[in-house]
Design a binder for this molecule. Structure first.
Ligand code: CA
Length: 314
């Protein structure tokens, strides 16, 4: 069982990753921390609280508010999600957010559970960078840090060079990659190849007719409509994929060690993630600093997620 914190810019697929954390038998979700990203910050906090409520876990997992802007750059919203909760009104969640800052909460919890607490970071890495600024020994105290971000030397979803999470706060991403965390990365490249669900697959979820399947379908629809407007057939699930792989590692078919660096200087390639697999690097002789997931059991991921949506709510 994994003790974990999920750091999230909660909208749509972030909520589905939270469902994995809240409902999967191998996940022991200790906290949710909110970072500036996908949609309006206050809305993201609300979306996380709604998700906890819909999962039947109200009052059991604290939500901490973190960075409301990237480290040095203006906030940039994602265009794929509407308000991140399907553009409908859900019942008012009963839980309220905590008062201490997310970065302080991460440091405090890491010190209380040395080596025994993992982080799943599925938004820009601003909160993790702030926590690192508070405690430079944080990488030694955290077990594993799983990140959804970047592209595998491939085409991005914000610009041709960059994926959203790394594009929004490249300084935070580079700071986190440079400081010795035990990092595993799920990329946008892998998401497009293996976590894009077709209309038939989404229809099968709708037909489950469980409360969670309804919640999923409503939140997912704006993403599917956006994707189809930009030529991606179906809805994409980068964050829930990363969450699921953390607790179902048998779904990982292939991974590789890489040197990952994030571009912070260029306007043209801002947020580009160089993921270097070479054993011998003549110019940049730095050590490998991440495991990148190369291939997964795509049908297995979908099937496990459907099982989760079929599970009863307490
Ligand atoms: Ca996210």
């Amino acid at each position: 069982m994994r003790k974990l914190i999920i750091d999230t810019d909660t909208a749509a697929d972030d909520s589905f990753a939270l469902l994995v954390g809240l409902l999967h038998p191998q996940a022991d979700l200790k906290a949710i921390t909110i970072v500036a990203g996908n949609v309006d910050f206050t809305q993201q906090v609300q979306n996380a609280l709604i998700t906890i409520d819909q999962a039947g876990r109200s009052g059991e997992v604290p939500v901490f508010k973190g960075a409301t802007d990237p480290l040095t750059r203006p906030w940039l919203e994602a265009s794929a999600h509407g308000d991140g909760k399907g553009n409908v009104d859900w019942p008012q969640p009963r839980q309220l957010p905590e008062s201490i800052h997310a970065a302080e909460a991460i440091v405090k919890m890491a010190n209380e559970n040395p080596g025994d607490l993992d982080i799943l970071a599925i938004g820009p890495l601003t909160n993790i960078a702030l926590a690192l600024a508070l405690d430079r020994d944080l990488p030694k105290k955290i077990g594993e840090l799983w990140i959804m971000g970047g592209c595998d030397n491939s085409i991005g979803n914000v610009t041709a060079a960059a994926e959203y999470n790394f594009y929004v706060d490249p300084e935070a991403a580079q700071m986190v990659m440079a400081t010795g965390f035990d990092v595993t990365i799920v990329t946008w490249t892998l998401t497009l190849a293996s976590a894009t669900w077709t209309s038939e697959q989404l229809g099968a979820i709708r037909d489950l007719e469980t409360p969670l399947a309804h919640f999923f379908s409503v939140l997912d629809t704006p993403n599917k409509e956006y994707n189809e407007s930009v030529g991606v057939p179906g809805s994409t699930h980068p964050d829930s994929l990363t969450a699921m792989l953390m607790v179902e590692p048998s779904l990982i078919l292939r991974s590789s060690r890489r040197r990952v660096e994030i571009e912070t200087q260029s306007n043209l390639t801002r947020g580009y993630s160089l993921m270097d697999p070479r054993e011998v690097r003549r110019v940049n002789g730095k050590e490998f600093n991440a495991t990148v997931i190369d291939e997964i059991d795509a049908l297995g991921f979908y099937t496990r997620f459907v099982e989760l949506l079929s599970s009863p709510i307490r």
